[in-house]
Write a protein that binds this ligand. Structure first.
Ligand SMILES: Nc1ncnc2c1ncn2[C@@H]1O[C@H](COP(=O)(O)OP(=O)(O)OP(=O)(O)O)[C@@H](O)[C@H]1O
Ligand SMILES: [Mg+2]
Length: 230
């Protein structure tokens, strides 16, 4: 029986056949404003409040204060969770990859962190001159999460309207799973949809499922298929 970790994101675990296999590194890929950061925060918040799993949100982009404010909009109190040593938002400056890895290891051993989000790998990739080095680093993170029985979500920015699921085309090969957050603009309205491209140990459907960002966060309508034409 495969041990799975629930994301707690409404509708998503059903598509993931119960959740993310423990020990996986998952790429959350999407364009600007697709909901990557919100989904990452929600994953950490749910772990700490519903599943008794501590989390680390490693931001390589936005400041901690801004992320805490963003969480409040959805009713997620990260200051309280940090006080209780259950969830941590850390803004990491760009430095060496090894230092980043050690920081993650520190949180895993000091605070029993089981959920890690890195937002975004696109910033991290600036450290590397060649895509092959990026792929190697993601593989290193994947084996770290596997050996520590954690789940890592790594967000990845892709250009609007692109059919690619990562910027360098190597990230998805090093990941155990890929979830694409689509956002399609038509006029003043944004239609959102989720697609699970691959997931280790799991037979997933290739359908697009409608999604929304609501006042409780990211929500997937997993009983409906995305049939609406744009
Ligand atoms: N309270 C809310 N209700 C509905 N939608 C919201 C709310 N707050 C933010 N959004 C939407 O969420 C999106 C931003 O989400 P998020 O910051 O997670 O995206 P992202 O994929 O991380 O984007 P980026 O690439 O810019 O970092 C925007 O499209 C915004 O309109
Ligand atoms: Mg973001």
């Amino acid at each position: 029986m495969i041990k799975r970790m629930k994301s707690g994101i409404p509708g998503l675990d059903r598509i993931l056949k119960g959740g993310i296999p423990v020990g996986s590194l998952i790429l959350i890929s999407g364009g600007v404003g697709a909901g990557k950061t919100i989904m990452g925060l929600q994953f950490i918040y749910n772990g700490a409040t519903k599943y008794n799993e501590n989390g680390l949100f490693l931001s390589l982009e936005e400041d901690k204060a801004k992320l805490i404010e963003e969480g409040k909009v959805f009713g997620w109190d990260f200051e309280k969770l940090e006080g209780e040593k259950k969830a941590f938002i850390v803004k990491a400056e760009l430095y060496r990859f090894d230092a980043l890895k050690n920081l993650i290891l520190d949180y895993i051993s000091s605070f029993h962190v089981k959920r890690v989000v890195i937002d975004t790998i696109t910033t991290l990739s600036l450290l590397f001159e060649r895509p092959v080095e990026l792929k190697k680093s993601i593989s290193e993170l994947a084996s770290l999460f596997r050996s520590k029985e954690c789940v890592g979500l790594i967000t990845s920015e892709i250009p609007e309207g692109s059919s690619k699921i990562s910027l360098f085309g190597v990230e998805e090969f090093a990941a155990d799973g890929v979830i694409v957050l689509h956002s399609l603009r038509s006029g003043n309205y944004v239609s959102r949809a989720v697609e699970v491209k691959k997931l280790r140990l799991t037979r997933v459907s290739s359908k697009l499922y409608p999604a929304k960002i609501t006042k409780i966060g990211y929500v997937v309508y997993s009983h409906e298929e995305f049939l609406k034409s744009m």
